[in-house]
Design a protein around this ligand. Structure first.
Ligand SMILES: [Zn+2]
Ligand SMILES: [Zn+2]
Length: 350
């Protein structure tokens, strides 16, 4: 990013307020839980009467994907300016970036090939946007491993259902809230919810919980797990030569479904004694939720098994198939009701 010299729009403070608010911008915006920095910046711009595209110049930046680039790296001078103008502290600003807490290798890239099946840089849950008093985009929606919403369980989208355009709020030249498509004006809160199978939702949540573990950075199985997640499309089908981060949400969902075919799941209505035997077997194989390293290794091994790869580490060939692992995970982390402390990976990094 290079500084620009063209005259930037000015956010002015009326004379009678000047004594009260010092030199802060008049529109104050509090960051929301897990909000992405770019989302907060777009809301900040709107609250101060500046369209996002013009707000780039307020920060001394060129247009383009200026805010998405700040998500990846927030320069100290811009953090200082934002702190001075909004009162949002540097550590709060840093917490909205992607520089910590999420595996960088799994982030969706900013490039856009224009192909129908290619990745978009950001996804969204239309129900979350509809529920928000101030609709905003979440940090976790930048991860290629995510295809479902943690709160609603529905499949995420990465394109406007009306024009199939990607999220491009950084280029919005009109003074419009960020939940309207920049290309066609469609209200993204009104989008229908694409179908997602329960098995795929469980896989999505299990991967998200395990990848959020602090232990991911120290466990020898962490890098193996990341490599296996990136090569999830190689399980077969249309996208077998692609890497996970290069694919659209719909294509990644297809890959997850192939990994996790319903025919491999326990048959409903199985006899009680069979169910009991299976439950006893899994209880022996599945580690407690507190054993984070074991869960990282189990998931890496289970993903490797799907493609005949060797185990992530020697001496622990526990032979848990992916559907069994997810079945055990689902029992510990049902979609509702179970207290958070009983789930794997609730000790998320700040
Ligand atoms: Zn949602
Ligand atoms: Zn659109």
């Amino acid at each position: 990013m290079t500084a620009v010299n063209i005259v930037a729009p000015e956010i002015s403070i009326r004379e009678r307020y000047r004594d009260v608010v010092s030199d802060r911008w008049p529109g104050a915006i509090a960051p929301q839980p897990d909000e992405l920095l770019s989302s907060w910046l777009h809301r900040l711009a709107y609250a101060n009467g500046v369209a996002p595209r013009a707000f780039a110049r307020v920060l001394g930046l060129n247009p383009g994907m200026w805010s998405a680039a700040l998500d990846l790296r927030l320069p100290a001078d811009i953090a200082k300016l934002l702190y001075a103008k909004t009162g949002v502290a540097p550590d709060q600003l840093a917490a909205m970036t992607l520089s910590h807490g999420l595996p960088k290798e799994l982030l969706l890239p900013l490039r856009d090939s224009g192909h129908r099946d290619s990745s978009a840089w950001l996804q969204f849950c239309c129900r979350c946007l509809a529920d928000d008093a101030q609709p905003y985009f979440r940090r976790r929606w930048r991860l290629a491993t995510r295809v479902s919403c943690t709160k609603h369980g529905c499949r995420l989208r990465d394109r406007c259902p009306s024009c199939l355009g990607r999220i491009a709020v950084f280029g919005q030249a009109a003074l419009v809230p960020q939940h309207y498509c920049v290309a066609c004006g469609y209200d993204l809160r009104r989008a229908s919810i694409p179908y997602l199978s329960p098995a795929t939702r469980t896989l999505d949540r299990c991967i998200d919980d395990i990848c959020s573990l602090e232990a991911m950075t120290q466990s020898p199985s962490g890098p193996v797990l990341i490599r296996r997640l990136l090569s999830m499309p190689s399980v077969g089908g249309y996208y077998s030569t692609m890497i996970l981060t290069s694919l659209s949400t719909a294509a990644r969902t297809y890959c997850a479904q192939r990994l996790n075919l319903p025919s491999e799941w326990p048959v409903e209505g199985a006899k009680d004694d069979e169910e009991e035997r299976e439950a006893r077997r899994l209880r022996r194989l599945i580690p407690p939720t507190s054993d984070h390293r074991a869960w990282i290794e189990l998931l890496a091994n289970a993903l490797g098994r799907s493609r005949g790869r060797p185990a992530a580490s020697k001496g622990n060939e526990k032979g848990v198939k992916l559907p069994d692992l997810l079945g055990a995970y689902a029992k510990m982390s049902p979609a509702s009701g179970r207290p958070a402390q009983e789930r794997i990976g609730t000790e998320r990094r700040p």
